[in-house]
Ligand binder design. Structure first.
Ligand code: URA
Length: 215
């Protein structure tokens, strides 16, 4: 009991009622979406035309408490068929790239795409599709709270950094997306077609690993 309470009690004025903290004004705002909401919302999404041609949405895969988050462009044919990102040829290379820095899909790593639906014929995503889909990615990032994002490829990098710069000019620096440190590297599908650039992707991963050690 505090001295003030003791005095009031002696005066026959106890107990002392205190007003609790006022309820937070934000009660009127709808709460931020959680995993349950977003895992229901993505497969149900019809916000852009891609829902008409998809087999299924491709949500993202991995450790929901991961320190590492890798972000690609959009599902391709295999991903659309199986519902998991990076499961085709590019995905095999991505798994090898992860192994090179002692990482493994699903273990402290989360993999997602900017778009959750496959653009027909793997065409480039349209600005409207990106605008409709990025809130899902932002929610995933907010829930995972990764320590580092790796944007893979020109499309993911340019979208997340609101830039039209090339991968070559964006590599080797630490940026931020939604407050999270972000670095840029080549897309695994690009590396399959441009083998000499694999060495640069390797350097990017070493840079990422060193950056992570400082976070
Ligand atoms: N390319 C991407 O950007 N994402 C995938 O999931 C597959 C290929």
């Amino acid at each position: 009991m505090t001295r003030r309470h003791e005095v009031l009690a002696e005066m026959g004025l106890a107990p002392v009622w205190r007003l609790r903290n006022k309820p937070v004004q934000e009660e009127t705002k709808s709460p931020a979406p959680g995993w349950i909401e977003i895992k229901q919302a993505v497969p149900a999404c019809t916000a852009c035309g891609l829902h008409k041609t998809r087999t299924q949405t491709v949500f993202g895969v991995g450790d929901e408490n991961a320190d590492w988050m890798l972000i690609g462009e959009a599902p391709g044919a295999e991903e659309d068929r199986l519902g998991e990102p990076f499961v085709g040829q590019a995905g095999k290379l991505l798994d090898n790239m992860l192994a090179a820095i002692d990482l493994k899909r699903g273990e402290n790593v989360y993999i997602a795409n900017v778009l959750k639906c496959r653009p027909p014929g793997n065409r480039n995503p349209e600005p409207d599709e990106v605008a409709k889909c990025t809130p899902f990615l932002k929610t995933q990032i907010a829930l995972i709270q990764p320590k580092l994002i790796i944007a893979m490829g020109r499309f993911a990098a340019q979208t997340l950094l609101s830039s039209d710069a090339t991968i070559a000019s964006l590599r080797g620096k630490v940026y931020r997306y939604e407050g999270v440190p972000l670095i840029v590297t080549y897309h695994p599908a690009y590396l399959l077609r441009n083998l000499p650039d694999k060495a640069k992707a390797w350097a990017d991963l070493v840079f990422a690993k060193k950056t992570m050690a400082t976070l």
